[in-house]
Ligand binder design. Sequence first.
Ligand SMILES: [Zn+2]
Length: 130
Amino acid sequence: MSRGLPTTALEFATRHRAYGQGRTVAAVLGWVPLLVLYVFSHTKYLRPYVPDSKGLAVVVLIVIPMTWLLGIAWAYRRVGPGVHGLVCPGCHARLVDDAYKSAAATGRCARCEDTVVVDVGAPSDAPGAA
Ligand SMILES: [Zn+2]
């Protein structure tokens, strides 16, 4: 399912943008349960589901939602680059954020020097992009 590298500068930038959008979706998915819990904790609807024990209430209201949020963020960071074709073919480094900037600028993976962009310096669709 993952698309390979090397690719063109334009395609590389497009993939990274899609990865960023996917990260936003993942963040929303992660935060929604926390917001829902927060809103409902001020209403009577949540009361029947919160255990009487303070320790268990903390688990239900804080530990589980935070674990969910961090789990979603962690899973997307692990899986997202592969889904969007941003994994180095040489060393399997995830070419996102700083690694992406470096690879987009040089055309090579910063870790193993494998070629990941074939036409560095070609006009990208983002005006003024470095
Ligand atoms: Zn590499």
